[in-house]
Design a protein. Structure first.
Length: 168
């Protein structure tokens, strides 16, 4: 996202807008790295971006949904700013590209934008899932007794791809 804003600045977009967009992106990045994890610790938050029940429920498959016993009437300023800054960047690409870019360059910028947006929201979802897994692990550890055990296995640690190795 920051590279896209840099490209917009180089091609003649409003310099002040680009500086504000860069600053907002940095603030959102800092929020996702630090405070978002803390905000997602509640089981039932009135903010839909922080409510683990709501956010981890599948919107389509009924078997993978859990109903919340509360409303989601609060909005997190930083979560909303993430969505707003992305919408602003997309709007800037669409508005400024008509006069500054070729059609191919606009398509490339939009493709890069969609990829970056998907990556950022996947990162946000990963943070939420990791908080949920940590809570589940803590619950299991609290319920351990003398006749039970907790086994943690990370299969990705021990797998090496064989097809890319050189033959000797």
């Amino acid at each position: 996202m920051e590279r896209i804003v840099d490209d917009l600045k180089e091609k003649g977009s409003d310099r002040e807008w680009c500086i504000r967009a860069q600053r907002r992106l940095q603030e959102v990045k800092r929020y996702l790295k630090t405070d978002y994890r803390v905000h997602c610790t509640e089981d039932s938050s009135p903010c839909k971006d922080h409510c683990r029940k709501f956010a981890l429920s599948d919107p389509v498959e009924k078997d993978f949904q859990e109903e919340c016993d509360h409303g989601h009437h609060l909005r997190c300023y930083m979560c909303e700013d993430l969505k707003d800054v992305m919408n602003d960047i997309k709007q800037q690409i669409l508005e400024s590209s008509a006069s500054m870019y070729s059609k191919e360059y606009q398509e490339d910028l939009l493709y890069d934008f969609e990829q970056a947006r998907t990556d950022i929201f996947q990162w946000k979802a990963h943070i939420l899932r990791s908080v949920n897994q940590d809570k589940a692990k803590q619950e299991v550890m609290r319920n351990l007794n003398d006749s039970s055990a907790l086994v943690v296995m990370d299969w990705a640690m021990n797998l090496l791809q064989m097809k890319c190795r050189e033959k000797q």
